[in-house]
Design a protein around this ligand. Structure first.
Ligand code: PLP
Length: 398
């Protein structure tokens, strides 16, 4: 007999970011005084906006006085925040009700925790390249994983497999790492597939706020019947700079029923047992994001990253390099030049141009041959990185 969850032995060590750090540190040791333009990590660089900060200061003050003090918050979220999020969907003609919204501590927690609702025999379907947490959480949970191919020829749009399988389907749009966005037609195919096969889609909308092109869905519920087959997991991390503050939301529609069981009711039961809610102070900050002022401020915040992406894409265009993403995403996914693999490209960028990026191999088999640049950086660093990449091309490294 074993006491432990042996599935943990099947999860690969998380070498990717440790490896990146080790290579950078080793290079810096040999080249003291040099600085690296860090476009590797997907963490935001712009601070919280003024409306959020004011709301959180006020909430701290509330906690200082008996008449305004709050103890435990409702496990599924502050009703005011749940309603504000529902209204924010409704404004875009997406019919989400407040009791379908669950306030969370961020998308990562939810992507793993939600697996608890499903039988372990249900496989996870993960189109790669993908955010590594999907596979790791599924392996820790003891699930088989199916990797349908995503192909660069269609701009990394995930396509449902021919074989009809009942599964938990992870979809991410705009995607990390490819920066690709699922078109309406692409999501329609997945919703139809999921309804046909009784699958459940876990739609990761962590980057939805970066969509700026008309006609690209920001929510899977823009697709007919999605409320019968999809959970939407969102976060304020990238939307509003909450990576270190922690608040997100998950939508579980009332219409989502499997084996005569309501996923919404199960999640209420889960949350009321396994959490005691998100902090009052953070939820007040989150509420400010959904105010008129908050929405205006986050648009300005996104402008910074968008301008970065435009400047960087211009540099890649000037250098004649191929890439996806950037338009509706803070990530630019570049094809490795001259047949190099992703770690080879990483080394050239580091050693010849002092740019740190993330090798595509870290995002699964089909990420090999690609490299990810994050636009969560300063304007100066992005422009300088662009200039250096053009130089790499002119000097025949790329
Ligand atoms: N989903 C994707 C695709 C991400 O890239 C990230 C973070 O980088 C997350 C989820 C996690 O977000 P959170 O900070 O809300 O846990």
């Amino acid at each position: 007999m074993t006491c432990m969850n042996l599935n943990y032995t099947k999860v690969k060590e998380s070498y990717l970011f440790a490896d990146i750090r080790r290579r950078i540190d080793a290079w810096l040791l040999e080249h003291p005084g040099k600085t690296i333009l860090r476009l590797g990590i997907g963490d935001v660089t712009q601070p919280l906006t003024p409306a959020v900060i004011r709301a959180m200061h006020q909430a701290v003050e509330d906690q200082a006085h008996p008449e305004s003090f709050h103890g435990y918050m409702p496990e599924c979220g502050d009703p005011q925040l749940r309603s504000a999020i529902a209204r924010w969907y409704q404004k875009r003609s997406i019919p989400v009700a407040a009791d379908e919204v669950f306030v969370s501590s961020g998308a990562s927690d939810e992507l793993g925790d939600i697996l608890h609702l499903f039988d372990r025999s249900l496989p996870a379907m993960i189109p790669e390249p993908a955010y590594p947490a999907y596979a790791d959480a599924s392996i820790m949970d003891g699930r088989e994983i199916i990797f349908p191919d995503t192909v660069q020829e269609n701009g990394f749009q995930p396509v449902p497999p021919e074989k009809e399988i009942t599964a938990l389907i992870y979809l991410c749009s705009p995607d990390n790492p490819t920066g690709a966005v699922c078109t309406r037609e692409c999501l329609k195919q997945w919703v139809e597939y999921a309804c046909r096969t009784d699958s459940v889609i876990l739609f990761d909308a962590a980057y939805e706020s970066f969509v700026c092109e008309d006609g690209i869905p920001r929510s899977i519920y823009e697709i007919k019947d999605a409320k019968r087959c999809a959970v939407e997991i969102s976060s304020l991390s990238k939307t509003a700079g909450f990576t270190g503050t922690r608040c997100g939301y998950t939508v579980i529609p009332m219409d989502l029923i499997r084996d005569s069981m309501s996923l919404n009711a199960m999640w209420v039961r889960n949350r009321t047992t396994r959490t005691n809610g998100v902090s009052y102070i953070l939820q007040k900050g989150a509420l400010a994001v959904f105010s008129e002022e908050g929405q205006k401020e986050i648009q300005e915040l996104h402008e910074v990253y968008r301008r970065n992406a435009q400047a960087f894409m211009k540099a890649l265009d000037d250098a004649g390099l191929s890439y996806t993403g950037g338009k509706n995403s803070p990530y630019i996914w570049m094809k490795c030049p001259q047949g190099m693999d992703s770690w080879g490209t990483f080394d050239v960028l580091l050693k010849q141009a002092q740019i740190a990026a993330t090798p595509g191999a870290g995002f699964g088999r089909s990420g090999e041959g690609w490299i990810r640049f994050s636009m969560f950086a300063s304007d100066e660093d992005i422009r300088e990185a662009g200039r250096r990449i053009v130089t790499l091309k002119n000097e025949n490294y790329f």
